[in-house]
Design a protein around this ligand. Structure first.
Ligand SMILES: [Zn+2]
Length: 323
């Protein structure tokens, strides 16, 4: 299921921390479920090392054993998941693991020998980054630039990057388990995807409808066969993004990434009231600024994420069926 192979750029780290304002007070079930999910933290599965080995990265990747403080960070980030994400993760998550030396930020992939179950592996450095730090390193890796005054600056607040990562990756688990995308719905034999997130946005899992299939968005870092982009092209890229329902450039990569990004940014914006702006600087001059979550086309899609906070998925999960 290469749709679940998540490629995020390598980033460096600097202190992210949960403050009490980000905790979900009174959500007792959320806390209980988070504790149960925390018990799924393991060493790296062999399936992960097999994937990395096939990509030539096996040698330098090692299991990261969480310190007590890091373990508490993981627990808190798990409480930030939506009820549907927590329920499906409890049903379908085989393990969460952390890796030192991992080239990407996170990977969700099928658990070996356990059909319907998934592993999530996260680069250990993510534990000590903020959302903004993670996104800035990832996004700037998309554009060639030599002048440090020419860059993309994303302000997505100072919540732990781990929270964003878990919101995103757990959505992949939900998608693969209950069928949120055209692709996974078809695999599950559904007439249409649950939530109908892609309706009017995607023709199939990798092709948006013509209105949103701008060539400017085919940036190589997120699209196989896409073009390498220079920072001078960034204003055109983000202007093209502004006319779409995609909340981020990464959301253009596939319908799977679109739903994961939409769900993650909706939670950060709506529940945790985080800022989210993308500003392009050329020679230290801000030349274009985008606030995706205030875009009417994106906002129209955000309402679909309400299914993550209702009872969707309960009936099919209570059947005990594994997918
Ligand atoms: Zn993803």
């Amino acid at each position: 299921m290469n749709m679940l192979l998540v490629g995020l750029a390598l980033v460096s780290c600097e202190g992210a921390a949960f403050s009490s304002e980000y905790r979900i007070s009174g959500a007792s079930q959320s806390v209980t479920d988070a504790q149960a999910l925390l018990s799924r933290v393991t060493r790296l599965p062999t399936a992960f090392l097999d994937i990395m080995g096939s990509e030539g990265n096996h040698e330098r990747i090692t299991s990261h054993i969480l310190t007590p403080e890091e373990r508490e960070m993981v627990r808190q980030s798990l409480t930030a998941l939506a009820p549907l994400q927590q329920r499906v993760m409890l049903q379908h998550l085989a393990s969460i693991s952390f890796a030192d030396g991992m080239p990407n930020s996170a990977l969700t992939y099928p658990a070996k020998g356990r059909p319907g179950f998934f592993n999530i592996t996260i680069r250990a450095g993510v534990l000590h980054e903020t959302v903004s730090q993670l996104l800035n390193h990832k996004e700037n890796a998309c554009f060639a630039h030599e002048n440090p005054g020419s860059r993309v600056v994303i302000d997505a607040g100072r919540m732990p990057a781990l929270t964003y990562i878990l919101l995103h990756e757990s959505t992949h688990v939900v998608d693969a388990s209950i069928g949120l995308t055209l692709d996974t719905a078809k695999r599950r034999g559904l007439d249409k995807p649950i939530g109908e997130f892609g309706q009017g946005v995607w023709v199939d899992w990798k092709n948006p409808v013509p209105a949103y299939a701008s060539a400017a968005l085919q940036v190589g870092c997120y699209h196989h066969g896409g073009k390498d982009a220079d920072i001078s092209a960034a204003p055109v890229v983000y202007q093209a993004l502004a006319g779409t329902p995609f909340p981020s450039l990464y959301a253009t990569a596939s319908e799977h990434e679109y739903i994961a990004e939409l769900t993650a940014y909706s939670a950060l914006s709506q529940r945790f009231h985080q800022p989210y702006t993308i500003t392009v600087y050329l020679n230290d001059v801000p030349v274009y600024k985008l606030n995706p979550m205030k875009d009417a086309l994106v906002r129209a899609q955000v309402s679909k994420t309400r299914i993550f906070y209702g009872t969707m998925g309960d009936s099919s999960m209570s059947s005990g069926k594994t997918w």
